[in-house]
Design a protein around this ligand. Structure first.
Ligand code: TXA
Ligand code: MG
Length: 347
């Protein structure tokens, strides 16, 4: 098969394997070992995944899970994603997969896809925000996989940011949010920079609760099932909360009116920073700028987006100008995050 989804999978696996040798050298192995002991002791550890950094704890240790909520300032009704390193770990968490779920897992794991499954009784309600379902994914990152294996338990982990803020896509961002409060495995910049796609298979349909790098069209190509977007779903508590929002106001501007809007802001002496594709930066201006990469490469833009938001959210800046992209393919995922950052209703 040479469907786009299968290409995504092989890409993810290749990258995982290629990184394994470089990231899991002796020094890192010692750190991973130390982190796994922290998890076993009921402590919280930050670690890289291929999407964003996670703030992890033993999924079965209620007291440890409470520490995650407290550190993030996260509402206790917003459930966590449980990360596994081996398909056999699923048995600990949920009922067996149905045929569609199996197709998804075969195509996309390890990778940025989270499945909502009926949970086993043994999974604490604290982990699932009081729901009878549990969110599970197998991350495509050698350090994350090694950490889970060594800890000997699935690791529940939300994104490693303060609640409502942009997710951490570099270990420097974890420090920015949490200082020395948590042990952090340092893996540099993450590959995708956008959180996983969250899906719930219901009967013959795939409901998408959160868009990510794996697109609705990838899901339907692999399964030939209907894919339904429910990205403000009451079934997925996290999608209801304020998200990805910097302190500064965010204004989304289309390419057509970008130059004109920048000039107007210059004239009005607004305190603005520009975060946009490099092709949009030619407009003459003294405003601080952060290039997100090429508009031809939305994957690169996704990988840089949160770093740009975190870096440019300075007290001297009132408004961040960000690009409004056409809502197709990965552009739809980017616009989901950008509209939430701008606190636009009805994403
Ligand atoms: O890429 C990712 O998914 C990252 C890395 C660390 O794995 N994690 C992440 O976790 O983004 P978090 O907690 O920031 O987002 C989890 C999302 C939330 O929107 C939450 O409401 C939803 O998944 N979720 C978790 N469990 C759920 C459940 N049982 N039913 C519906 N939605 C659920
Ligand atoms: Mg999050």
């Amino acid at each position: 098969m040479s469907s786009p989804a299968v290409e995504i999978k092989s890409l993810t696996q290749e990258k995982t394997l290629a990184k394994k040798s470089s990231l899991c050298h002796a020094e890192n192995m010692n750190k991973i070992q130390e982190a796994s002991l922290q998890i076993q002791k009921g402590e919280v550890v930050a670690f890289p995944t291929e999407t964003v950094y996670g703030l992890g704890a033993d999924a079965f240790n209620e007291a440890a899970i409470q520490k995650i909520y407290a550190l993030k300032g996260r509402p206790s009704s917003n459930p966590l994603i449980v990360h596994i390193a081996d398909l056999n770990d699923l048995e600990l968490l949920a009922r067996p997969l149905n045929a569609i779920e199996k197709q998804l897992v075969t195509a996309f794991w390890p990778g940025p896809l989270t499945l909502i499954l009926d949970k086993k009784e043994t999974v604490p309600m604290a982990t699932t925000g009081g729901l009878s379902t549990v969110a599970v994914r197998m991350p495509a990152h050698p350090m994350a996989l090694e950490l889970i294996k060594r800890a000997g338990t699935p690791i529940a982990a939300p994104s490693a940011n303060l609640s409502g803020k942009p997710s951490a896509t570099h270990h420097d961002h974890v420090r920015h949010y949490f200082g020395d409060q948590v042990f952090c495995l340092e893996g540099g910049a993450t590959q995708h920079g956008l959180e996983s796609t969250v899906v719930h298979v219901k009967g013959n349909e795939i409901h998408v609760y959160r868009l990510g790098s794996i697109l609705p069209e990838d899901l339907s190509t692999v399964t030939e099932k209907n894919v339904i977007l429910e990205t403000r779903s009451i079934h997925s508590p996290g999608t209801q909360f304020k998200h990805y929002a910097p302190k500064a106001r965010v204004e989304l501007i289309s390419k057509k009116i970008w130059d004109e809007r920048v000039k107007k802001a210059e004239e009005a002496k607004e305190k603005v920073a520009l975060l946009a594709p490099k092709e949009w930066m030619e407009v003459p201006t003294k405003f601080p700028k952060f290039s997100l990469g090429s508009e031809e490469n939305l994957v690169e833009i996704g990988a840089n987006l949160y770093r740009a938001l975190i870096t440019m959210d300075q007290p001297t800046v009132d408004t961040l100008f960000l690009p409004a992209f056409p809502e197709q393919g990965l552009g739809k995922t980017l616009m989901d995050r950008l509209k939430r950052a701008a606190e636009i209703e009805g994403v």
